[in-house]
Design a protein around this ligand. Structure first.
Ligand SMILES: [Fe+2]
Length: 299
């Protein structure tokens, strides 16, 4: 078996608003428009993937929250409806997806060998979380590739952000090792926003863009700092700053998703492509691609 590879890594945030505004046939609510800059960013991410072959999408989602260790989907096929608990008016999505159970088990086993608490999720009636579904849909709407979905152990809340990050980095290393050993070509998705302070009321028309802006300037400055480090390939510094950034902007990086991705990519020193930055109900969101196969070399 030839060695596997990580084809591309992406920061692929999951505001349900982006699906709502996109109007895919799977989603029940209809929108006029909205959040175009972020949606065009996803379009550019999809274009950057168009000429690459890959076997599987591996996604780490903040909204599959497990209190004891890290869990992995372990059922080959899921079909159901996903409803966002906060925005049921925007996201009622009929999904059907395949899981690469073999690769899921391999990452689960590799992480366990490295000392992590892991578990395969074997419940066929499990409802796949909306973070996983939205990031996968916006990155590859054809749904013709299997996925591996990884839960977020909520250790930033249960312990602290440093502890969370130490585990996420180990999980990233385990993911890389398992992908390389699998012989498969994987696309990795960190499904999270950056700064995450948000408004607590919604305008009467959700897609009224005259109401959309970042919650406050300090949050914007932090997001720009983090994106600048990504663009310059300074990912070690990014990891060093992650706990402070996470605590001060209540960032969704508290899930460990972005730290996991950076470690899985082996701390890239080449510049990432920031396809878009924009706010959704005041939160900071960026669509960012690491063209790992073209620039990354080693994995
Ligand atoms: Fe979220």
């Amino acid at each position: 078996m030839s060695e596997g590879s990580i084809v591309l890594g992406a920061l692929a945030p999951h505001p349900p608003h982006l699906i709502y505004a996109e109007n895919p046939p799977q989603n029940e609510p209809r929108a006029e428009c909205g959040w175009e800059v972020l949606r065009w960013g996803y379009e550019r991410l999809r274009r950057s993937l168009a000429d690459k072959s890959f076997d599987v999408l591996v996604v780490f989602s903040p909204h599959w929250q497990t209190m004891v260790g890290t869990h992995f989907l372990g059922v080959p096929h899921f079909k159901s409806i996903s409803v966002d608990p906060i925005f049921p008016n925007l996201f009622r999505f009929h999904y059907e997806l395949d899981v690469d159970v073999t690769l899921s088990e391999a990452i689960c086993e590799q992480a366990a060998q490295m000392g992590m608490v892991t578990k395969m999720m074997r419940n066929p009636d499990f409802r796949v979380d909306y973070g996983t579904i939205i990031s996968c849909h916006l990155t590859h709407p054809a749904w013709d590739k299997p996925i591996v979905a990884i839960s977020s152990h909520r250790s930033a809340k249960l312990f602290n952000t440093e502890y969370m990050q130490a585990n996420a980095l180990k999980l990233g290393e385990a993911t890389r090792k398992a992908v390389l050993a699998s012989g498969k070509r994987a696309v990795l998705l960190a499904s999270n926003s950056l700064s995450h302070r948000h408004f607590v009321t919604e305008p009467p028309l959700p897609e009224d863009m005259s109401k959309e802006h970042i919650t406050h300037h300090g949050q914007y400055l932090w997001d720009m700092r983090m994106l600048d480090l990504m663009r310059k390939g300074k990912t070690r510094e990014l990891i060093d700053l992650m706990p402070d950034f996470t605590d001060q902007t209540i960032a969704e990086t508290d899930s460990g998703a972005l730290s996991w991705l950076i470690a899985a990519l082996d701390y890239p020193e080449y510049g990432a492509d920031v396809h878009a930055y924009g706010s959704v109900i005041g939160t900071g969101n960026a669509v960012v691609g690491w063209d790992h196969e073209s620039y990354g070399g080693r994995s």
